[in-house]
Design a protein around this ligand. Sequence first.
Ligand code: FES
Ligand code: FES
Length: 179
Amino acid sequence: MAETEAHVQSIEVVVNGERRAAEVEPRMLLVHFLRGELGLTGTHIGCDTTSCGACTVLLDGVPIKSCTMFAVQASGRGVTTVEGLRRDGALHPIQQGFKEEHGLQCGFCTPGMMLVSAALLEENPNPSEEEIRWALSGNICRCTGYQNIVKAVHWAARTMQSEQASEGVESELAAEGAA
Ligand code: FES
Ligand code: FES
């Protein structure tokens, strides 16, 4: 009897700004696509049951748990993983914040924590401690006690605000110079 060919589906996902086309089985989870097919192993697998948040990525800018989504569902959409957080080759302020405030120990939860935090700051540039803790509440860390993660997000918020302020001053000066 002829062997049955596995049913595959064509997908096209923009991952960290790059268009990636692939043939995948419809049952393939997004996290397995990212790690196994694209080699983006910064997205971790901690539980496979939507509990820990280690597999968090941004789907069109919104945090989702990639162990709970099929790769085919991401077709035609944009995914950001921790590898895509860098800006112009430099660390994203949230990555710098985790470094400055010692927001990690083993690092297993860190990619998910960073992506949730980056999405929060995009929406709310000056979050309160309560808002940060609420945003992080779907992600579990078993090492840090969370305190330094909250400090890291505050550090990033302050840094991004001062960056924006100095960009504003620079463009005002440029406008005055052009006048
Ligand atoms: S691996 Fe997805 S939530 Fe834990
Ligand atoms: S730093 Fe180890 S789980 Fe968070």
